[in-house]
Design a binder for this molecule. Structure first.
Ligand SMILES: C[S@@+](CC[C@H](N)C(=O)[O-])C[C@H]1O[C@@H](n2cnc3c(N)ncnc32)[C@H](O)[C@@H]1O
Length: 241
């Protein structure tokens, strides 16, 4: 797995973060060292997919990146037929995913689509996963995506989503940031790399509070909601139609 050194050397100015070729090449290392409990999230979501899968329905992975969820789903659902539609608007990320898929047992069950999730129609879905992607959309597009997901899910269908979040209370927000930067340092990121990545993500990744997210999903119509995992400023939800 190529090592992420993108922000290790000083840069002036620090350009806004994009999911380009350079990021795609090191993405798996970057996300594992930057998202607490990332492996746990993907593994449990794959098991939730197996649990809630409805026969002949579609599984969507919106903002699929390089396909970690698809890989886990193929492993966990080795003997179960399913169809996953994996969507991302970064050609660079999808190229890495496509190369992985060639060697993935059962990878032909996954269809890759290069599209903007805010303009993408979800149809006849049993499960929709949106991991760490709403945070890159405008607030209006977040509403639009969650509304479309609700409409496109079958009754009993499930939305699984994860986000970096912010706390409404400034002191708790600072506490979360402190622990988060500590986590990144423990994973080998220098103070310079942490500061430069933070600058690159400013105005690109806009986190919301847990309350904001719950308001959006309940406003879309979801009645059964739970936070199944939370680590300081990271949160994963399950919502059932
Ligand atoms: C942090 S990554 C998501 C990680 C991935 N879901 C996972 O669990 O490994 C965010 C992804 O969302 C994609 N993305 C951002 N905005 C998008 C949009 N409007 N439409 C489609 N994909 C988008 C990016 O290209 C990137 O691959």
């Amino acid at each position: 797995m190529p090592h992420d050194t993108i922000y290790d050397d000083p840069r002036r100015p620090v350009p806004p973060f994009t999911f380009d070729d350079r990021v795609a090449t090191v993405f798996d290392d970057m996300i594992q060292r930057s998202v607490p409990l990332y492996g746990e999230i993907i593994q449990r979501q794959a098991q939730l997919i197996r649990r809630f899968h409805q026969e002949q329905s579609r599984i969507y992975d919106l903002g699929c990146s390089t396909g970690n969820l698809g890989v886990a789903a193929c492993r966990v659902m080795a003997d179960t037929p399913f169809r996953m539609i994996a969507v991302d608007n970064s050609a660079a990320m999808l190229k890495v995913y496509d190369e992985r898929r060639q060697h993935l047992p059962g990878g032909e069950r996954i269809e890759l689509v290069n599209a903007d999730v805010a303009r993408f129609r979800v149809e006849d879905a049993g499960i929709v996963v949106i991991n760490f992607t709403l945070q890159f959309l405008s607030l209006a597009d977040r509403d639009r995506v969650v509304d479309r997901v609700y409409k496109g899910l079958r009754p009993g269908g499930v939305l699984l989503f994860s986000e970096k979040i912010v706390h409404a209370d400034d002191a708790f927000s600072d506490l979360q940031q402190d622990f988060y930067y500590g986590f990144k340092r423990e994973n080998g990121y220098s103070d310079l790399a942490i500061a430069q990545k933070r600058e690159a993500l400013e105005n690109v990744l806009i986190p919301e509070t847990v309350a904001d997210h719950l308001k959006r999903v309940s406003g879309a119509g979801f009645k059964r909601l739970d936070i199944w995992l939370k680590w300081f400023n990271f949160c994963s939800w399950i919502c059932q139609k």
